[in-house]
Unconditional design. Structure first.
Length: 133
């Protein structure tokens, strides 16, 4: 399973940069990044990442992940978590999903010039989406 995660075709073809951590935190700095981890935090500040017009895709795969997304709303955000358990806090609203995908699409996503699609696949995921404004 570990070899498939690291050497799968999507790791080489679709994403410009991949990182692997067994334990620890990751600060995402690239608009097309894939993070593979065992247990840890993933911090994504969309205002600190150079986004170009169009859709940028990010992916987080792990066992137990804590994903924190910050944005001022300049880019449209689409988040899908295919986790066994997702505990999400999106702009102050809580949602817990068990054996059901969690999905969040920001207001104005379709009309946004810059878009980010974030896919999370983990056993347990804690998701926080906050506004920088």
């Amino acid at each position: 399973l570990g070899g498939w995660l690291v050497f799968s075709p999507t790791a080489r073809d679709k994403f410009s940069f991949s990182r692997f951590r067994i334990l620890g935190d990751v600060d995402v700095r690239s608009p097309d990044e894939r993070v593979l981890m065992g247990i840890g935090d993933v911090k994504i500040d969309l205002d600190a990442i150079p986004l170009t017009p169009g859709v940028r895709e990010m992916k987080v795969t792990g066992l137990i992940t804590d994903v924190k997304v910050r944005s001022s709303g300049k880019a449209g955000i689409w988040i899908l978590s295919n986790s066994l358990l997702t505990d999400a806090n999106v702009l102050g609203e809580n949602e817990t999903d068990i054996l059901y995908p969690f999905e969040y699409i920001s207001e104005g996503y379709e009309g946004a010039e810059k878009k980010v699609k974030l896919q999370v696949e983990s056993l347990i995921c804690e998701m926080k989406v906050k506004s920088n404004s």
